[in-house]
Design a protein around this ligand. Structure first.
Ligand SMILES: NC(=O)c1ccc[n+]([C@@H]2O[C@H](COP(=O)([O-])OP(=O)(O)OC[C@H]3O[C@@H](n4cnc5c(N)ncnc54)[C@H](OP(=O)(O)O)[C@@H]3O)[C@@H](O)[C@H]2O)c1
Length: 236
């Protein structure tokens, strides 16, 4: 599993305080990353993730940054930390879902989902891309969802944000390839994730197990998602 990641030594992950982000951090460390720059709003949760990563991979350097991806100043601070630590991998993972009848959603809820899941990723990607192009290499991985490609009743805005992120990633990837620029762009589209993450309380909410609900849209595990992130980084 080490592969190219041995040379992709400094990885920034947004939304690393729990769920998939925390699992991706553990797997990147295991796969050979030298530095992790972990961002999220809840520092106490990030500290626990750091503890787990260092326990598993004592040689990895873990830098914690308080990050609200919706806030421009906070994003600028995250980018500054990443630059100072020669970051060459960005995993845009922070995300929120709001399951609701669309007509009952407020404008604030729409803004929350679109800003967190889409606009912040676009803006962070632009800042990191400039840094990576100057450094002549890098990898961007965007955490999309199967919701980017399938109809999701009660998740219209979530699906919109993820479809937007998928379109953005694919177009930017094509631009990098066309221009022969040394930055790769990938999207990961997990189905419903069992055992961790935002869908893990859905069993109670839906009265269905995720595996049953996943018969419609597919289901997966945090480990498989983390392995997909590593494959994306290592794929040229
Ligand atoms: N779980 C699934 O079934 C599933 C399936 C497909 C795709 N995904 C995608 O995978 C990604 C991770 O989801 P998850 O299931 O791990 O969710 P989760 O357990 O709810 O974790 C979400 C993470 O995002 C962070 N976050 C939320 N708003 C933020 C903000 N404004 N600024 C910075 N960080 C923020 C949270 O940290 P703080 O609250 O500490 O800031 C947390 O670390 C999301 O993009 C999600 O859409 C999940």
């Amino acid at each position: 599993m080490a592969g190219l990641l041995r040379f992709s030594s400094s990885c920034a992950i947004t939304g690393a305080s729990e769920g998939l982000g925390a699992v991706v951090a553990l797997h990147l460390a295991k796969a050979g990353a030298k530095k992790l720059i972990l961002g999220a709003r809840r520092m106490e949760k990030l500290l626990k993730v750091k503890e787990d990563v260092v326990k598993q991979s004592p040689s990895v350097d873990v830098i914690l940054v308080k990050l609200d991806v919706r806030d421009a100043e906070s994003r600028a601070n995250f980018v500054r930390e990443a630059r100072e630590n020669s970051c060459n991998v960005l995993v845009n993972n922070a995300g929120v879902d709001r399951n609701a009848f669309f007509e009952k959603m407020s404008d604030d809820e729409v803004d929350l989902v679109m800003e967190t899941n889409l606009l912040s990723c676009v803006k962070l990607t632009r800042s990191f891309l400039n840094m990576m192009l100057e450094a002549k290499g890098g990898h961007i991985v965007n955490m999309c969802s199967v919701a980017s490609q399938l109809p999701v009743p009660f998740g219209a805005i979530y699906a919109t944000s993820k479809a937007g992120l998928l379109g953005f990633s694919a177009s930017l990837r094509a631009e990098m390839i066309y221009e022969k620029k040394p930055v790769t762009v990938h999207s990961i589209c997990p189905g419903l994730v069992v055992d961790a993450g935002m869908a893990s309380d859905r069993e109670e909410r839906l009265g269905l197990t995720i595996r049953e609900a996943g018969r419609l849209v597919g289901w997966t595990t945090p480990k498989r998602v983390a392995e997909a992130v590593i494959m994306a980084i290592e794929y040229i």
